[in-house]
Design a protein around this ligand. Structure first.
Ligand SMILES: *Cc1c(COP(=O)(O)O)cnc(C)c1O
Length: 410
């Protein structure tokens, strides 16, 4: 017998109606910025949205590699050679030379012994954390870690211990609070996806050694972004191979889809034989694997991209601070522009859109109440004049919606 949808027990129906009411409220105010279709790439940082050309300030393509001719060509050639699908999972008939080439290229780029790829970054975190720790173990996770890390920790069955964001004293207290002979894994984002700040890796590694814990770092926003040649957080801090489990995605700087783990050969072999997502989910499509491998080679061949991204990042963060915006602790291409109330963030977004700037709001519960923001990103595809223009638009928008700007703290 189907349940009467109007009864109080119908919690699912109530949840659906609550979300629908919220969407109607947003749509009624023209504050609905979810899933906006981008029709076309126009080159550089320009995209077409509807009939309007806009400047993209919400892209994860940090090095401007989407549409790169070499990468497109590699993908097309892989389709001609292998078709569009795989023959199933990697362990049966799904392993192709393009997968092996990709894994070798990642290992080389990350200066690691070996690497293994998965069909998404999300699934990599989920599956690998669950393959490494389980009941009776402890996993220590920064409070602002990405949802895929949180979900992996929960799924693993290990005791889930969260520590205050990027606070190494808090991490040490947590490490001291568990039995000294327990199996421990510390996991954190390299660059935090909402705030753009960088984990204190040198101290984290010190603590891991002191308390005998393994270290896993998610470099979704670090590869191509941090370090002189874009190799990531170890290069940034001048540390050599201190991360046991180097995780990354192929969907951000690398213009493809997928996720990877790089590390010691034995670790990678262990993951190949124990990770359920690797064993039970289909291999990456050949075009995406070939595109990803070529993208790593392009980064190595075109070092100007990393340099330009880093110069643009400095320009953007400094310029916003000088204009009185609060950008929190960011040091990277992810630049929060704090608006305060959710409503202010929606209004700022609408104003930016009117002037051709594509930027998106992030509101609670994704970020704490009162810290709603525009989450702007800058890339190597931006020209300095475009960054100047965007910053001027944000100042005008702040004036239009009554967002107070501070005396610049430089
Ligand atoms: C985007 C992201 C992921 C997930 O990667 P996908 O390849 O998009 O599934 C994992 N971790 C962090 C920190 C991310 O930002």
């Amino acid at each position: 017998m189907p349940m009467d949808p109007m009864t109080a027990q119908d919690r699912i129906g109530q949840r659906i109606r609550a979300i629908m009411a919220r969407l109607e409220h947003l749509q009624g105010n023209n504050w609905y910025f979810y899933n906006i279709p981008v029709q076309e790439l126009k080159g550089g940082a320009r995209v077409r949205v509807g009939d309007k050309e806009m400047l993209m300030f919400a892209s994860y393509s940090y090095l401007g590699l989407i549409g790169h001719p070499r990468i497109n060509k590699a993908a097309k050639e892989a389709i001609d050679k292998y078709g569009t699908g795989t023959h199933g999972v990697r362990t049966l008939a799904g392993t192709l030379p393009v997968h092996q080439d990709l894994e070798e290229t990642i290992a080389e780029f990350k200066n690691a012994e070996a690497a293994v790829v998965f069909s998404s970054g999300y699934v990599t975190n989920l599956s690998v954390i669950a393959a490494l720790v389980g009941r009776g173990d402890y996993v220590f996770s920064d409070k602002l870690n990405h949802a895929s890390i949180v979900d992996g920790c929960l799924m693993s069955g290990a005791k889930f211990v969260r520590f205050h964001h990027n606070d190494m004293d808090a991490l040490e207290r947590r490490l001291q609070s568990v039995p000294s002979d327990a199996t421990k894994l510390i996991v954190a984002d390299a660059v935090f996806s909402m705030d753009g700040d960088i984990i204190d890796l040198p101290r984290l590694v010190e603590l891991a050694r002191k308390y005998n814990a393994w270290v896993m770092i998610d470099e979704a926003h670090s590869v191509g972004v941090l370090g002189k040649t874009g190799r990531g957080i170890e290069e940034h801090f001048g540390l050599d191979d201190v991360i046991d489990i180097k995780m990354g995605t192929l969907s951000k700087t690398i213009p493809s889809v997928g996720g990877y783990i790089a590390g010691k050969k034995e670790l990678v072999e262990y993951i190949r034989h124990t990770s359920r997502a690797y064993i039970f989910s289909a291999a990456l499509p050949p075009a995406q694997a070939a595109a990803a491998a070529e993208a790593f080679r392009v980064i190595m061949d075109e070092p100007w991209r990393v340099e330009k991204l880093q110069a643009n990042t400095q320009h953007f963060i400094q310029g916003l601070k000088e204009r009185g915006f609060n950008t929190m602790y960011t040091e990277t291409a992810i630049v929060p522009i704090i608006c305060g109330e959710d409503e202010t963030a929606f209004q700022m977004t609408a104003e930016a859109f009117k002037r051709g700037i594509f930027v998106l709001p992030v509101i609670s519960p994704a970020v704490p109440v009162g810290l709603a923001r525009l989450r702007a990103t800058v890339t190597a595809a931006h020209e300095p004049e475009e960054i100047e223009y965007a910053m001027d638009v944000f100042v005008d928008a702040a004036q239009a919606v009554g967002l107070p700007l501070q005396q610049p703290v430089l």
